[in-house]
Design a protein around this ligand. Structure first.
Ligand code: MLT
Length: 246
């Protein structure tokens, strides 16, 4: 097998000269956008539309309502629900009774911006610890270069995203021979050093500490459940994230 490139973007930005064209892009925002996407899909939302900016998110809601759909508008700014939104960005809010059968428009500070940035990839997935295995199994079906995009926080790397990127790379390398870069090697080390207790890492990383200070400690336990859902969140031709099961 000819090795394919497997690249990791630690801080949400592609390295100079690189982009998503021709790749399978996997966007990781463990705390909490990618976890919320997987939870909503696993709990029956038919699709998720990711929007980086608030005006676009409100406009997307209006458009779906005009078409007779009953969307949920969710997300956060500074960790809190946005005024006028239906839900915040805690995955615990996305219970089957609340999201089942309803499309979700999600707008968050970093995660949905990373998803928008990668939307022109050949294939695009939103991944986190809760659906890492299902995502890797789907990604591994296509022999294509992979770009793992860690959403990070305001242009800086986030430990939890890098750790999850290491899990994703580990699972992909189990199935195919990739040619990896140094950023992927760092992610692999981060996973190796933390795999025994992911929740501990989530409690100690800086965004985890921030969320705990806001009262979201239960989110950290939830986001640390490796492979809680057998659902990959894949972008379809209409630019919506839908559930894909193996
Ligand atoms: C983000 O997109 O920055 C987040 O998911 C933030 C959060 O939910 O705390």
């Amino acid at each position: 097998m000819t090795p394919l490139p497997l690249r990791t973007w630690l801080d949400g930005k592609p390295p100079p000269g690189e982009g998503v064209a021709g790749t399978t892009a996997v966007v990781i925002d463990v705390l909490r956008a990618s976890t919320t996407v997987a939870t909503a899909l696993a709990h029956g939302a038919p699709y998720v539309v990711a929007r980086a900016n608030l005006d676009d998110a409100f406009a997307a809601r209006g458009e779906l309502e005009r078409r007779g759909e009953e969307p949920i508008l969710g997300g956060e700014r500074g960790g809190f629900k946005v005024p006028g939104f239906d839900l915040g960005n805690s995955p615990l809010e996305y219970a089957p009774a609340r999201v089942g059968g309803k499309p979700l428009i999600l707008c968050t500070s970093n995660g949905t911006a990373a998803l928008e940035q990668c939307r022109d990839a050949s294939r695009l997935y939103a991944a986190s610890f809760v659906n890492a295995g299902a995502t890797a199994a789907t990604v591994a079906k296509a022999a294509r270069p992979v770009a793992i995009c860690c959403a990070g926080k305001e242009g800086a790397p986030s430990l939890e995203d890098v750790c999850c990127a290491g899990l994703m790379a580990t699972l992909l390398l189990d199935n195919y021979t990739y040619e990896t870069d140094d950023a992927t090697a760092l992610a692999l080390l981060c996973w190796k050093n933390n795999k025994r207790d992911v929740t501990r890492l989530l409690k100690h990383c800086s965004h985890g500490r921030y969320l705990q200070a806001l009262g979201f400690e239960r989110d950290l336990e939830f986001c640390g459940q490796v492979d809680a859902f057998a659902v990959a969140a894949a972008q379809n031709d209409a630019g919506k994230l839908i559930a894909v099961t193996d």
